[in-house]
Design a binder for this molecule. Structure first.
Ligand code: 5GP
Ligand code: MN
Length: 345
């Protein structure tokens, strides 16, 4: 059995909104990760099993290693299908948003969603959601993935019997990716109750793991080798490692969306490293990814200095300075956290 984490009133209200809706749009965040894809597709397959008309919309292209996910190729991408998406939203009566807490996380879709006058539901696990973001805010930051919250919602609404394999597969993918294949934020026994329920839906969890983690290109592995050998700086004094990758370097290794996924986690396998930072030069800006162990709150660095946010151990942000300038900036910031970094084993 699952404990009742989601408030009863939110369950009843969500059920009502879904019953009343005829055209539903599901939206998730820019450069969707596994949990964004899993939660959005989980909601999509759930709605489809209720014979509700639903479409998923994302701001930009997602990594090709998500293409195998059931119905991933039916997702509408705003940067390539703007007109179609505007039309879909213009006839929508309900928007369900998953895995983000502020509209700035949906890029160019922000303005359209702000203008949307219909009902909105947010399902998320990031801290401090914008309170005017939706009519119904289902936000539980202590739950390790939004996909898990989607499961809990479906279960509590009384639809777990009708959950299909596609829905279960999507939810499992998000739960797995947001916990590093159940290696962090995953000590809650109820996670394994949920997995056991998902297995009864016939999911192949070993295949899901393979589909996500064992389908990279040779170029991506070479880029990883290059990043670790030539571009990783370990700052013992701050128990921190920083990897930088310029746009030219990425291009040299035939960079595809998603290729650097997971790089930022690698330095945490070094004994004594508590904080890892990946600084990557995109075409329009510099993207930073942060990871930490223990109580070091990388989300504070992301939000205080780099227009970003996230979770205590996994966060991200952006910089509009050059990559070299950004690298310098990071090195200026680290001394402010020296004591805190060194207090963690
Ligand atoms: P990643 O490093 O995998 O891109 O992101 C890790 C986590 O940090 C994400 O799950 C998300 O919660 C958060 N995050 C990443 N980039 C941003 C950003 O630009 N803004 C905010 N607010 N959060 C971000
Ligand atoms: Mn998530």
């Amino acid at each position: 059995m699952l404990s009742k984490i989601i408030a009863e009133s939110l369950i009843t209200d969500t059920r009502q909104y879904i019953e009343n809706a005829n055209n539903i749009i599901i939206i998730t965040h820019i450069s969707p990760d596994g949990d964004a894809m899993g939660s959005a597709l989980g909601v999509y397959h759930f709605l489809s099993s209720l014979n509700k008309k639903a479409s998923i919309v994302v701001p930009n292209k997602f990594a090709s290693f998500f293409n195998w996910m059931p119905a991933a190729t039916d997702i509408f991408i705003y940067e390539v299908q703007e007109e179609k998406i505007n039309q879909l939203i213009s006839v929508a009566d309900l928007i369900i948003m998953t895995d983000f807490n502020t509209l700035s996380r949906i890029g160019a879709l922000q303005e359209i969603i702000e203008k949307f006058t219909g009902d909105k539901i947010l399902i998320d696990h990031h801290r401090n959601p914008d309170l005017n973001i939706a009519n119904i805010i289902i936000s539980y930051p202590h739950i390790s993935s939004t996909s898990e919250i989607v499961f809990r919602l479906i279960y509590r609404m009384g639809f777990s019997e009708t959950m299909n394999n596609c829905c279960a597969t999507s939810i499992y993918t998000g739960m797995m990716t947001d916990t590093g294949a159940f290696t962090f934020n995953s000590n809650n026994p109820e996670i394994y109750f949920i997995i056991s329920e998902l297995l009864t839906k016939g999911i192949d969890k070993d295949q899901i793991y393979n589909n996500i983690y064992n389908t990279y290109s040779a170029d991506r592995l070479r880029l990883m080798g290059y990043a670790l050998t030539a571009k990783m700086e370990v700052l013992d004094e701050y128990k921190t490692a920083i990897i930088t990758l310029t746009a030219d370097e990425l291009e040299h290794y035939n960079y595809q969306e998603g290729d650097t996924e997971g790089f930022v986690n690698l330095p945490l396998s070094i004994k004594g490293v508590v904080c890892s930072i990946l600084i990557k030069e995109n075409t329009t800006h510099v993207k930073l990814s942060f990871r930490s162990r223990g109580s070091f709150p990388v989300n504070l660095i992301a939000s205080n200095y780099f227009h970003g946010g996230g979770h205590i151990n996994a966060a991200g942000g952006e910089s509009y300075e050059s990559i070299n300038q950004t690298f310098k900036r990071v090195k200026e910031i680290l001394p402010l956290y020296k004591e805190q970094l060194n207090s963690i084993d």
